[in-house]
Design a protein around this ligand. Structure first.
Ligand code: PGA
Length: 246
C-alpha cells in the first residue's frame, strides 16, 4: 500500500507572517491520515519546521555539489540543517527559468538521495507537446533522464505536472491524468521492478478544493503537488481531507 502524500509548493511566496497558515494547518491535522509536506522558500524552511507539527518541510531546489563557489545556491546539507527532509527537483519553473536539463535534475537528485533527502522529481509536457501528441514521449524521456538509479519507492516521489495546467486553472481530463500516471507506473516497474509499484506518483497543476476528490479517485494518483492552493490553510485543508477520504 502506498501512503498518500499531500505536498504544497509555496514557490516564491511567503514571509514570516505566513507561518500562521502553517500553524493553523498543523493544528487542523494533528494526526493526518496521509503524509503532509510543505516546501517554502529557503528563507522560511527553518522557521516553518518549528511550527509545522506533523507537516514535513522541504526545499524547492538544491545544488548537485556538496559545497563551494556557487553563489546563491543551496546544498543538500544546508537544507537538512535548516530542517528539511524533502526537496522538489526539476519543477517546470526551474526548467524554464533556469534552463535545467534532465541531466542536471538527475545530478541534483543523486546528491539529495545520497544525503538522505526525499526527492520529489517533477516532469510534465507543455501545451504544444500535448497538442502534438508527444505527451508520453516527453514524460518518458524526462522520467528516465531525471531519475537516478539510486531512486527507490522510499526515497523518491514522482510529480506529474503538465506545464499548461500549472497556475492556469486548466486541468487535464481524468482520462488524460489516468493515462499518464499509468504510463509512469509502468515505466517505473520496467526500470525498478516490483519496487516501482511503491513509488508515490503525485498529480500537480491547478489542484483545488473543488477538483481534488475527482483527481484523487484516478488510479495511480497517490496525492498532489499543490501550488497556489497550498498557501492558505483554508484551501489546503479540504484538499488534505479529500485525499484522506480517497
Ligand atoms: P498550481 O501549481 O497548483 O498553482 O497550479 C502547482 C505546481 O506548480 O506545483
Amino acid at each position: 500500500m502506498r501512503r498518500k502524500l499531500a505536498a504544497g509548493n509555496w514557490k516564491m511566496n511567503g514571509t514570516a507572517a505566513d507561518l500562521a497558515e502553517v500553524a493553523a494547518l498543523a493544528a487542523a491535522h494533528p494526526a493526518p491520515g496521509v503524509d503532509l509536506l510543505l516546501c517554502p522558500p529557503a528563507t522560511l524552511i527553518h522557521r516553518m519546521a518549528q511550527v509545522a507539527g506533523p507537516v514535513a518541510v522541504g526545499g524547492q531546489d538544491c545544488h548537485a555539489a556538496a559545497k563551494g563557489a556557487h553563489t546563491g545556491d543551496i546544498s543538500t546539507a544546508m537544507l537538512r540543517d535548516a530542517g528539511a527532509t524533502h526537496v522538489i527537483l526539476g519543477h517546470s519553473e526551474r526548467r524554464t527559468d533556469h534552463g535545467e536539463t534532465d541531466a542536471q535534475v538527475r545530478a541534483k537528485a543523486e546528491a539529495a538521495l545520497a544525503d538522505g533527502l526525499v526527492a520529489v522529481i517533477c516532469i510534465g509536457e507543455t501545451l504544444e507537446e500535448r497538442e502534438g501528441g508527444q505527451t508520453l514521449g516527453v514524460v518518458g524521456t524526462q522520467l528516465a533522464g531525471s531519475t537516478p538509479d539510486a531512486a527507490t519507492a522510499a526515497n523518491t516521489v514522482i510529480a506529474y505536472e503538465p506545464v499548461w495546467a500549472i497556475g492556469t486553472g486548466k486541468v487535464p481530463t481524468l482520462d488524460q491524468i489516468a493515462e499518464v500516471h499509468g504510463f509512469i507506473r509502468a515505466e517505473l516497474v520496467k526500470r525498478f521492478g516490483e519496487d516501482g509499484n511503491g513509488f508515490r506518483i503525485l498529480y500537480g497543476g491547478s489542484v483545488k478544493p473543488s477538483n481534488a476528490a475527482e483527481i484523487f479517485a484516478v488510479s495511480d494518483v497517490d496525492g498532489a503537488l499543490v501550488g497556489g492552493a497550498s498557501l492558505k490553510a483554508a484551501d489546503f485543508s479540504p484538499i488534505i481531507e479529500a485525499l484522506e477520504a480517497s
